[in-house]
Design a protein. Structure first.
Length: 90
């Protein structure tokens, strides 16, 4: 579940809990709203945790964190497209 999806669940739960005044037989919308808010909160916490772990894991591979040596130059690939038109412009 993404962070945006979790926030949407929290918003829907809050709307059902505090803004809807409809009584349905056999269904308490306040309880459904609270369940949605708790599920959204759990998803939000898990999404933030995943983002933190992913950002912590991403970094340069094979390079020491603290080194007195100069960093190794990385290879870059440049793609160049050349077009040749044989016909004169109109």
């Amino acid at each position: 579940m993404t962070v945006a999806g979790s926030i949407i669940l929290i918003m829907l739960g809050a709307i059902l809990t505090w803004a809807v005044e409809v009584d349905l037989a056999g269904l308490d919308l306040n309880v459904v709203g609270v369940i949605l808010m708790l599920g959204g909160l759990a998803g939000l916490l898990f999404g933030i945790y995943r983002i933190r772990v992913t950002r912590r894991a991403v970094g340069p591979i094979g390079e020491p964190v603290h080194s007195s040596e100069e960093p190794v130059a990385r290879r870059t690939t440049v793609h160049e497209e050349r077009r040749h038109y044989d016909e004169p412009p109109l």
